[in-house]
Design a protein around this ligand. Sequence first.
Ligand SMILES: Cc1ncc(C[n+]2csc(CCOP(=O)(O)OP(=O)(O)O)c2C)c(N)n1
Ligand SMILES: [Mg+2]
Length: 684
Amino acid sequence: MPTDTTRALDDLCINTIRILSADAVQKANSGHPGMPMGAAAMAYTLWTRFLKYNPADPQWPDRDRFVLSVGHGSMLLYSLLHLTGYDLPLAELKRFRQWESKTPGHPERGVTPGVEVSTGPLGQGFSNGVGMAIAEAWLAARYNRPGHTIVDHHTFAICGDGDLMEGITHEAASLAGHLRLGKLIYLYDQNHISLAGGTDLTFTEDVAARFDAYGWHTRTVSEGNDVAEIAHALEEAKAEDGRPSLILVHTHIGYGSPKKQDTFGSHGSPLGEEELAATKKALNWPTMEKFYLPESALDHFREALPRGAKAQADWSTRIEAFRSEYPAEAAEFAQIMSDKLPADWAADLPAWTPADKPIATRAAGGAVMNALAKRIPNLMGGSADLNPSTDTALKGLGDFQPAEYGGPGTQGAVGGEWDYSGRNVAFGVREHAMGAAVNGMAAHGGILPFSATFLVFSDYMKPAMRMGALSKLKAFYVFTHDSIGVGEDGPTHEPVEQLAGLRAIPGLNVIRPADATEVAETWAFAIEHNGPTLFALTRQALPHLDRSRAVNPAVSRGAYILSEAEGGAPEVILIGTGSEVSLCVAAQKNLAASGVKARVVSMPSWNLFEAQSADYRESVLPGAVRKRVTVEAASTLGWHKWAADGALIGLDRYGVSAPGDEIMKHLGFTPENVAETAAKLLKG
Ligand SMILES: Cc1ncc(C[n+]2csc(CCOP(=O)(O)OP(=O)(O)O)c2C)c(N)n1
Ligand SMILES: [Mg+2]
């Protein structure tokens, strides 16, 4: 039983989180005080009694992962990070939400030590956590040996009503339940208030029943300020290793504020000086002084430092023992955890020649991924129920599944081991959660994760990819069926405007390779690059391009001269991407027959080209050659940037259901149309 003194210390610590958060929001005159005040007790209990972390080494590989899915409650996390001794001085909390502070409005990975993922768009953090738990389970299955447990940590999150309303968490929770991710433990800050009112306006389902149905372990904590009750629920959740856990904690938003507690008024605005003072009084806070931290509370929080150092030292001892018995495995583990590649990672990359039979770039992608996966042990991922179409199965490398359920005989199983060591994740028809889970796998560390689906469904994944790009996560988003070349499935399945939107995402490398060789180069770029890469691959077969007249062909440069004009300087430049590059090559021949000198530029990636030197860009697209034809079976939005005084061949309408090659012809994607358009330009 807790003594009165421990209770008093608990209360003091919990109030320290509340007041510190409210003070910082007040000083910034901006932010969300209610959430930290309501969830302070659960956060305190987790961070002082359960969470395994070392504030002195935020990157320690075997730390528990903590995700604040309710990113608007960022001051809760910043308070915890400061109080427990991370490198986040109080001065930074005093600069909450200010220019270049380490305490941005919502947590941002890479800005604040101890922030695992950027959160704010509700539902993303919840779903990142599922990816983190996948990563942990895979690493544990691959590296732990009897007597050597070197990967053994939990993923905790605090989520809120908003998270659980979002569709993405329905997908992610369903997936986590299916996968039986027992080391996933979520605290749900169930305060019945969201931004614009009470949840009786919007959200009245039985959340526990819903999660029970997903196969989660659920438990309700009826008094959200009761440390003992919260601790008991967390113990129970930790003991439950066959199911993820959701602990529904009944809390009061804005707890302690006489006028604003339990109101949506405390959700997203400072309490106000008067109400802040009244809150301090109501909570028996000893002073009105701002940013006051009681010494005994700080001392108690700072016990995290020796505790964390000891936990990490114990782990280091275990790693040493592992290394002496399993040197090769230990070396591989060290390599992947430090995000390094094996020296021979590219050794098996396939190569093609123009004489080879045409193949779809999705098929080339599959061949390349399988070659990479043989050498790169931590390349893993899967598709949203599209393995037969995306060609992204890693053959024979196992199905990431709970060993006790189903089995390798299951229809659609990739083959190999059927357990958490499997490298193929069946994400199911859950694109949005797939994107966020892949981000979580990347953020966890130790995994090079990929997702796969049709390009048209990138719309279902885009919010997650935006977060991946913002956070510079090394993730591979593979998309196939990248144009009207899809054919018979028709306009619902034929992307038009997607590329334009995706290209507008800062930090996302969008690459649309033109043939199998460019696919291999795209993968090679992605594997070595820090940050996310998006692949746009075809369903239909494409010829292998002849590079005998190319100048420094390299996808990594974004665009290059694939086929230089014969007989002198080019009069016109034909710029294509993906499946349309071979049309440009054929058009070049047509034009040459009538004496027109045309250069063909393959432009797999706008953003990579933009990153080149001005000299290089000028060498590919000389300012003096202003007649250009751009060819892409997608929206023309943005192509004016490259076309100078030229013409755009694109698709500013929906596609059609018909055989793909017929659609291409009817909608103007033919060598003849490209050549005629160029000829007209030159005449005009
Ligand atoms: C995807 C998304 N939609 C909308 C918002 C804006 N928003 C921020 S917090 C919030 C309400 C969240 O409610 P809840 O999780 O209950 O948080 P609480 O009010 O309890 O702190 C909304 C709508 C957002 N951040 N992300
Ligand atoms: Mg709420």
